[in-house]
Design a protein around this ligand. Sequence first.
Ligand SMILES: N[C@@H](CCC(=O)N[C@@H](CS)C(=O)NCC(=O)O)C(=O)O
Length: 205
Amino acid sequence: MEEAKGEEVTLFGFWSSPFVHRVIWALNIKKIKYKYVEEDLSNKSALLLEHNPVYKKVPVLVYNGIAIAESLIILEFIEETWKENSIMPQDLYEKAVARFWATAAGDGLWQFFITEGKEREEALTSVINNFELLEKELIGKNFFGGDRIGYLDISVGWISYGVPIFEEITEFKIITELVRDTLPLREKLSERYRKVWEAIMQKKN
Ligand SMILES: N[C@@H](CCC(=O)N[C@@H](CS)C(=O)NCC(=O)O)C(=O)O
């Protein structure tokens, strides 16, 4: 980890927050050393309230005494402050697209999680529509950021981890709806991979 040029970096967070994870990932990619303060969201610290008096939420990044709130704004601050291992597209259009999807990608997801009936159906339609459009941004690339993880990957990364949990709790499928009938049976796929793996291992030994 890089010593932050004699700078003091503190992150106020909460263990389960996907917004906090965004900031942690960006700091890790940039190899920035920082101090982490875990907040009790049911009894927020005076410091958190002082640093983020408008939203009173985590994450907050404090850089040499200056507080920055809102995860996506923090990502941009991190990018501007530590230029190495850039996470932002250089191209202006690509940058605009990444910023757009960073907020739009998750639209409807929470709504899907906390509603039922018609409301949930509507949320689901918009989530699936967004995912399908977002997926197009990946065509021909390994990451949204191109060859390496960037701002948009960091912004939407929590979705692939969170959605299966939402699905499990609501017993309602999002991803499965999208890929249903397109995937081979798990057992068959497993059998096939095993054979390929065994053949490769045999050749090696
Ligand atoms: N738009 C904010 C959302 C941050 C947010 O919702 N943080 C939640 C934790 S996941 C929080 O601090 N909640 C406390 C509260 O609402 O009182 C961001 O991107 O940073």
